[in-house]
Write a protein that binds this ligand. Structure first.
Ligand code: 4AD
Ligand code: MG
Length: 461
């Protein structure tokens, strides 16, 4: 007999057939005549009810079937008379793969998300985390589908790098030098010539710089992979290891870049609504009754586009007391972003043309000499979900900015050569994948939308 997934069994096409199913026991209840087991195999949020006729099974048979144990069951799939399920399996034969003693941590329902974070090795067995992981997986697929359908090339950029793309200095160093006995040069500095790569290297904060190399050859590329930031921000929106999607497009100006970003996010949300209905409904019911409305709202509205300067004016005139004061030139905090999105415009916002001092060196400089062609997409509940820009395509302007910021030009020669040979206007952006998953699941903490979160003082599992 071929094993079927619970998702397939519940669609009703196998009614009346003898089938085999495998999974983990969520609960067992019943009496001396009949026992009911709720079985889940991860294929859907829904459980399959297994009915044990106690004329066929002994108490001894049932003893190992406790919450958390794993089973193979064969039997007849029949229509269910009970509320809450369309069909159920009448057990004929069972095999227990693994028992779960009474110290199994997920005994009863309703554990706090904090408790489950400490049990990250088991939490995918809960309804909430299995739903989140399926939604996350579907969104990852949607990302590839969107770009592949548009003819973008999936480019794998390196994770180990010698350059700091964002210039924020929040990089994790990668070294094989013995930390308790560092080799020194004659003037006492660390001798990196003896390190694995012969120079200092780190985990990448962004694949963008290499992405630009791809775009200026292949036209349109995207990356999708892990990125690492050693910023000590213990916030519900930051991880030390997160996944980023970075499209980079030759011949796109900032407006085409914004159009793509908006179309892209809407496509992903639409895909999740169409393909993860049960899971999103569960999250809506369990965590946020406005989730589905909010997702549809984003799909049905144009994002509000305005400049940073206009945004700052709105914030200053809002009469609202912010924890961090705003003035032209300061970086916007999450509270400012959320005010613009949630209270002022009441829809997603794209802010452009930020002061050059608070943005990275590679952004295209505006004629005013003060601002750059940056764009941040700001979302309700999230704040910044995408950061991007048109890139500075002019060799001299770029080189000047690199020098002003004291970025060692000798390390950037390869990047500068894209501007020396056949330079083109081009643009790109980075979407924080976990922030998208946060938005689609209504979770509040980014540590709950990645299987094994990495954050300060935590690298368990
Ligand atoms: O705004 P950021 O720093 O932009 C870049 O890295 C550019 N190189 C992207 C590009 O133009 N190709 O990061 C992009 C996005 C942010 O908008 C945010 O969604 C997410 O990455 N992000 C984080 N997500 C989780 N944890 C962190 N520590 C994050 N830092 C940034
Ligand atoms: Mg940013």
């Amino acid at each position: 007999m071929e094993r079927l997934k619970i998702k397939e069994l519940l669609d009703g096409k196998h009614l009346g057939e003898d089938v085999e199913v495998k999974g983990w026991v969520r609960t067992r209840r019943g009496n001396k005549q009949v026992q009911f087991v709720q079985l889940n195999d991860g294929s859907t949020i829904k459980n399959l009810q297994i009915v044990f006729d106690m004329k066929k099974f002994s108490d001894e048979d049932m003893k190992p079937i406790t919450t958390g144990s794993s089973l193979r069951v064969t039997g007849r799939l029949v229509e269910s008379l009970g509320a809450g399920q369309s069909c159920e399996l009448q057990a004929d034969e069972i095999e227990v793969y693994g028992t779960a003693p009474s110290d199994y941590p997920l005994q009863k329902k309703g554990h706090s998300l904090e408790f489950l974070r400490d049990k990250a090795h088991l939490r995918p067995r809960t309804n909430t985390f299995s739903a989140i992981m399926r939604i996350r997986s579907a969104l990852a697929f949607a990302i590839h589908k969107f770009f592949q359908e548009k003819g973008f090339v999936y480019l794998n950029t390196p994770l180990i790098t010698a350059s700091d793309c964002e210039g924020a200095g929040a990089m994790f160093q990668v070294t094989t030098l013995p930390l308790d006995n560092l080799p020194r040069t004659e003037d006492g500095k660390i001798d990196y010539s003896q390190d694995f790569f012969g120079k200092p290297t780190s985990l990448t904060v962004s694949g963008q710089l290499e992405g630009e190399l791809g775009a200026t050859a292949l036209g349109e590329i995207y990356t999708f992979g892990p990125t690492f930031r050693a910023e000590n921000s213990n916030t519900p929106r930051h991880l030390a290891e997160f996944w980023m999607v970075e499209p980079e497009m030759a011949f796109y100006d900032i407006n085409a870049n914004m159009d793509l970003a908006e179309e892209f996010i809407k496509y992903c949300i639409r895909y999740a609504l169409d393909n993860c209905r049960d899971d999103i409904e569960f999250m809506n019911e369990r965590f946020d009754p406005e989730l589905i409305d909010r997702l549809n709202f984003v799909l049905n509205h144009d994002f509000q586009r305005l400049t940073y300067t206009e945004g700052v004016e709105i914030l200053k005139n809002s009469g609202k007391k912010f924890e961090f004061p705003v003035d032209w030139g300061t970086d916007l905090q999450s509270e400012h972003e959320r005010y613009l999105v949630e209270e002022h415009f009441k829809k997603p916002v794209i802010l452009t043309d930020y002061p050059k001092e608070i943005k990275a060196f590679y952004m295209k400089q505006n004629e005013d000499g003060k601002t750059v062609r940056a764009m941040d997409v700001l979302f309700p509940k999230i704040g910044e979900i995408i950061g991007g820009s048109e890139r500075e395509a002019d060799y001299d302007k770029l080189k000047k900015r690199i020098d002003e910021l004291h970025i060692p030009a000798k390390d950037m020669w390869w990047y500068l050569e894209t501007r020396k040979y056949g330079t083109v206007p081009h643009s790109g952006f980075g979407l924080g994948f976990e922030r998208l998953v946060l938005f689609v699941t209504a979770m509040q903490n980014i540590r709950d939308v990645i299987p094994f979160p990495r954050y300060p003082k935590n690298a368990d599992f």
